[in-house]
Design a protein around this ligand. Structure first.
Ligand SMILES: [Zn+2]
Length: 255
C-alpha cells in the first residue's frame, strides 16, 4: 500500500514537471484536444502559450548560435533547424539572414509594453489611445506569438529597411522561399488580406508546422482572465485582443 503511494507520488511529480517544462515528446496535452495528427515536441501548455516560463530551462528550446542572432536568445529546437536550412539557402544568394528577436517571455513583453505605455501616457494620451497606438506593432503581455518559440523577427524591425536595397532583396527572397522551410509572414498587408490586428511586419516570420497547433491551443485554453498583470490590463476584452489580434493573422499561415 505504501509502495503504491510512493509510485503514485512519483508519477504525479513527473507529470507536474512535464507540465512546466513543456513536455518531452511522450507527453500529450489533455486539455488542448489537438485535432491535428502531429504532436509538437513542446506541448502547448498554458504557461508556454502566455510566456510564463524560462526558455533556457525548458526541454525543446535551444540557444540560437551567436552568428545567427543579434543577441542571446532561445527558440524551439525544431524552429532553429528549419531556420538554419533557410539561412543556408539564402546565403547562396548572398542574403544574410539572422534573428533579432526569438522567444520573449511574459516579463520581456511586459517590459516592452510598459516602456511604450509610459512614453505615450505621459505625453497626454488616455489609456485607450495609448493601448491602440502600442498595438500597431506590439502585443500585450500574454498574447504575443513570440512567447511560443515559433516566431522570429529577422534583421530589422524598421518597415523602411525592407523598402529598398538589401532589405528589399531579402524580403522578396523570403516571399518566394520562406514557405519551403515552413515559415510564413503572419502580419501581411492588411488591405490585401483583409486581416485585422497589428500592422504589416515584413520581419516577423512564423514556423507554421508548430504555430498553427499553438494558435488553436491558445484559443481553446487562454481566457481574458489569463491576460492580466500589466499596466492597462483592464483593456484586453474591450479591445477584443483574442479575436482581432491573436487571430489577426494571414489566413494562408493558418493551414
Ligand atoms: Zn515579431
Amino acid at each position: 500500500m505504501r509502495k503504491a503511494s510512493v509510485v503514485f507520488f512519483l508519477a504525479s511529480l513527473l507529470a507536474a514537471c512535464g507540465d512546466n517544462s513543456g513536455g518531452s515528446g511522450t507527453q500529450t496535452s489533455e486539455s488542448t484536444e489537438l485535432k491535428n495528427n502531429s504532436t509538437p515536441t513542446v506541448a502547448p501548455t498554458k504557461s508556454i502559450l502566455t510566456g510564463k516560463f524560462s526558455p533556457s530551462e525548458t526541454t525543446g528550446f535551444t540557444k540560437v548560435p551567436d552568428e545567427m542572432a543579434s543577441k542571446p536568445m532561445f527558440i524551439q529546437t525544431e524552429v532553429l533547424s528549419a531556420f538554419e536550412r533557410m539561412r543556408e539557402a539564402a546565403a547562396k544568394e548572398r542574403i544574410n539572414l539572422y534573428i533579432v528577436s526569438g522567444t520573449r517571455t511574459f516579463n520581456d513583453q511586459k517590459a516592452i509594453w510598459e516602456r511604450k505605455w509610459s512614453a505615450l501616457f505621459s505625453a497626454g494620451k488616455d489609456s485607450l489611445a495609448t493601448a491602440n497606438e502600442i498595438l500597431e506593432f506590439s502585443s500585450m503581455p500574454g498574447t504575443s506569438r513570440h512567447h511560443w518559440g515559433t516566431d522570429i523577427d529577422l534583421v530589422s524591425v524598421e518597415p523602411a529597411y525592407f523598402e529598398s536595397g538589401e532589405g528589399l532583396k531579402m524580403y522578396n527572397w523570403l516571399i518566394g522561399h520562406a514557405g519551403d522551410f515552413g515559415f510564413c509572414q503572419v502580419y501581411s498587408n492588411k488591405e490585401e488580406t483583409q486581416r485585422k490586428g497589428y500592422n504589416m511586419e515584413k520581419w516577423h516570420w512564423s514556423y507554421t508546422p508548430i504555430s498553427t497547433i499553438y494558435l488553436k491551443a491558445y484559443l481553446e485554453q487562454i481566457n481574458y482572465s489569463d491576460i492580466q498583470g500589466f499596466t492597462g490590463d483592464k483593456l484586453p476584452a474591450r479591445l477584443r485582443i483574442k479575436e482581432e489580434f491573436v487571430q489577426g493573422i494571414d489566413s494562408r499561415c493558418a493551414k
